[in-house]
Design a protein around this ligand. Structure first.
Ligand SMILES: Cc1cc2nc3c(=O)[nH]c(=O)nc-3n(C[C@H](O)[C@H](O)[C@H](O)COP(=O)(O)OP(=O)(O)OC[C@H]3O[C@@H](n4cnc5c(N)ncnc54)[C@H](O)[C@@H]3O)c2cc1C
Length: 630
């Protein structure tokens, strides 16, 4: 195959989209539904046969649907070693999880575990499913930044309304949609609930002008249907592929290639007469698990090198780590970094792989003095006993019940709540911390399933209030190449809570920790008053625990909402990777449409916003196609 793609006619498409997550799938399917031929490349495969990918209550990452990244939270080793979820490799190659003070002497730190979905549908197949709109300001900010008036909160709300299929509100509720493809479900407690219960039924995605400043308790919406079946980007691809004409032929010209790891964007010959290089295709490796983040990877597996050509455009939607990696491998990024890896420079774009952000998250853990669990939900009469996916191979009667539309998996889980808090360190007057609660335990982050964890199990009576920082100020993280081998993972460093604004994030989370400590202290008997165990300070309210709280936040905050590594920015800003229409600067025929495009992490949960920008990008790409532009 030649440098320029070569291949035969069947390898030529109007558009090539890389990655089938919430960034890639809506766009790829919209383009195909508009009649354009589209090749959708996905490194993973279709895991629909695994029922856990279809039920929100038991969703989990498996060796067949995830990639394992190990990231730095800090470049400062001493700070990094304080994280209780650091994963280490021991001499016998087993994994161990714990902080540096207790690590076995034969262990070498790998980093903090950071899984991503690597399957048809991307991370929307394995995520927790929380589906929350960002604040209006998050959208308006992009319009103000770029001068592109199509970026504004009302326009994005209209897109939401068009694609939403709401399952928890009455038809006609302003700002919501009821016949789109994106199933959204939340608490639905009927008409006359008691006060607290009514608050948990309040709509977090409401269209009120005061939404972004209103504190208090709400229901947490999820991307799922009325029986809490997971909706993911996969559904869109499968329904588009499955649509047939009356004569039984595929209705839309969408081609999905799984087990296909894109490795490089191909460009036409160096520019003549000042024309920018144009993306004309993609190079990819065909083969299962060729990427080294795949838990099944054999480091010597090379896959088969293939190319495909794009008549119109190539669109990268490989996610926040892999899209910048792919741009860098293709010669688009900071010149010095590319030269360090002997990659010819196509466009010197210093912003590629910088500006990495996340929603820092950590639980404030309380303990009931007499071990009484809060909110123990008694099983309803006739309910089977569920395994909740563990151990995975044991038959689970609740799955059979779910298939019949019955049982616990068809109902809201215990984490379907969100408390919105405006801390003393909110920088814009809006609510800036989302708190969701977990009874009988706490969500402290991730570690590889086959690791030995040094974290002791939680005693009875444990309760976790998870703080999720919104309107994040720190943006100092980076994604860089480890090597020029596309099978290698990149080097990822979040520099979480560092850089300009990082201290404001720490202070806001410390405010929220103090608030949570106050709540625990006021819990009535028999569960309370509860003692705050994490951060490890149960001193009186009023500032005595401030330094402990801030240090704990710095040490233990984790994330799983990474964004912004190929950010949209204004013309003339050297760090802007994309223009307001998702076009990669310095080249033609290439866009980025996924979580890496956000200049700032959107709200508390990025997935819904990522579906929305994919829809917005569809309008931009189709608009250009109709005007005969690329
Ligand atoms: C465990 C977990 C829990 C989460 N919980 C929530 C939550 O509750 N709410 C929320 O809003 N967000 C949550 N998120 C984050 C959310 O799911 C992501 O932000 C969102 O899916 C990002 O979409 P994306 O399209 O940018 O990337 P992804 O969804 O990551 O999709 C990228 C796709 O590209 C494929 N790919 C990558 N590289 C290549 C390549 N070179 N060639 C071909 N294919 C490639 C990958 O296999 C993957 O399928 C969670 C994420 C995780 C991992």
């Amino acid at each position: 195959t030649s440098e320029n793609g070569g291949g035969n006619e069947s390898d030529v498409y109007d558009y090539i989209v890389v990655g089938s997550g919430p960034g890639g799938a809506p766009l790829a399917t919209n383009l195909a539904r508009a009649g354009y031929s589209v090749l959708l490349l996905e490194a993973g495969d279709d895991q629909s046969a695994d029922i856990s990918t279809s039920i929100l209550s038991i969703g989990r990452a498996t060796v067949a649907n995830r990639w394992d990244f190990f990231v730095r939270q800090y470049s400062d080793d001493a700070q990094q070693l304080k994280n209780n979820h650091l994963t280490w490799r021991r001499a016998d190659s087993s994994l161990w999880v714990g902080n540096g003070s207790a690590a076995p002497t034969d262990a070498t730190p790998l980093g903090v575990y950071y899984p991503r979905g690597a399957t048809l549908g991307g991370s929307s197949v394995i995520n927790a499913g929380g589906a929350v709109l960002p604040s209006r300001r998050d959208w308006d900010h992009i319009g103000q930044l770029t001068g592109d008036g199509s970026w504004n909160a009302d326009a994005l709300r209209r897109i939401f309304q068009r694609i939403e299929n709401n399952h928890y509100l009455s038809q006609g509720t302003p700002g919501h949609g009821f016949d789109g493809y994106l199933d959204i479900v939340s608490n639905d407690v009927g008409d006359n609930p008691a006060d607290a219960v009514a608050m948990v039924a309040r709509d977090l995605n409401n269209a009120s002008p005061s939404r972004d400043t209103t504190q208090g308790l709400f229901g947490l919406p999820f991307h799922g249907n009325e029986t809490w079946g997971r909706f993911s980007a996969r559904n869109l691809v499968l329904s588009t592929l499955g649509a047939k004409t009356p004569s039984g032929r595929p209705r839309y010209p969408l081609t999905l290639k799984t087990h296909s790891l894109a490795t490089r964007v191909l460009f036409d010959k160096p520019p003549r007469g000042g024309r920018k290089p144009k993306a004309i295709g993609i190079e990819y490796l065909e083969g299962q698990a060729v990427y080294r983040a795949d838990p099944r990877n054999d480091p010597s597996s090379t896959g088969t090198l293939r190319t495909a050509r794009a008549r119109r455009e190539v669109i990268l939607s490989a996610g926040v780590f892999n899209t910048p990696q792919l741009l860098l491998l293709s010669g688009i990024g900071p010149r010095a970094h590319l030269q360090q890896h002997n990659i010819p420079v196509v466009s010197d774009l210093p912003g590629v792989g910088s500006n990495l952000q996340d929603n820092p998250e950590l639980p404030i853990v309380g303990l009931s003095p007499n071990g009484t669990d809060a909110f123990v939900t008694a099983p309803l009469p006739g309910d089977p006993t569920c395994t909740y996916g563990f151990p995975p191979d044991v038959p689970d009667p609740c799955v059979d019940a779910w298939r019949r539309g019955e049982g616990p998996y068809t109902r809201a889980g215990p984490n379907t709540n969100a408390f919105l808090l405006r801390t003393n360190h909110s920088t814009n007057g809006e609510v800036d911390v989302l708190v969701f609660s977990l009874a009988n335990g706490a969500f402290r982050g991730f570690w590889p399933g086959d690791a030995v964890s040094n974290m002791p199990p939680d005693p009875p009576g444990t309760f976790g209030m998870s703080l999720v920082k919104m309107n994040v100020q720190s943006a100092a993280g980076t994604v860089k190449l480890r090597s020029a081998d596309p099978r290698d993972t990149p080097v990822i460093n979040f520099e979480v809570l560092h850089g300009a604004g990082g201290e404001a994030d720490v202070e806001a989370l410390a405010d929220a920790a103090e608030w949570a400590r106050g709540v625990y202290g006021r819990v009535a008997a028999p569960v309370g008053p509860m003692d705050t165990r994490e951060p490890p300070c149960s001193g009186p309210l009023g500032g005595a625990c401030r330094e402990t709280d801030k240090n704990w936040v710095r040490q233990q905050a984790f994330g799983h909402h990474a964004t912004s590594t190929c950010a949209i920015g204004k013309d003339g800003d050297p760090m802007a990777v994309l223009d307001s229409k998702f076009r990669v600067r310095g080249v033609r025929g290439l866009r980025v449409v996924d979580g890496s495009a956000f200049p700032r992490v959107p709200g508390a949960f990025p997935v819904l916003a990522t579906f929305l920008i994919s829809e917005k990008a569809s309008e931009d790409v189709l608009g250009d196609a109709n005007r005969g532009e690329d």
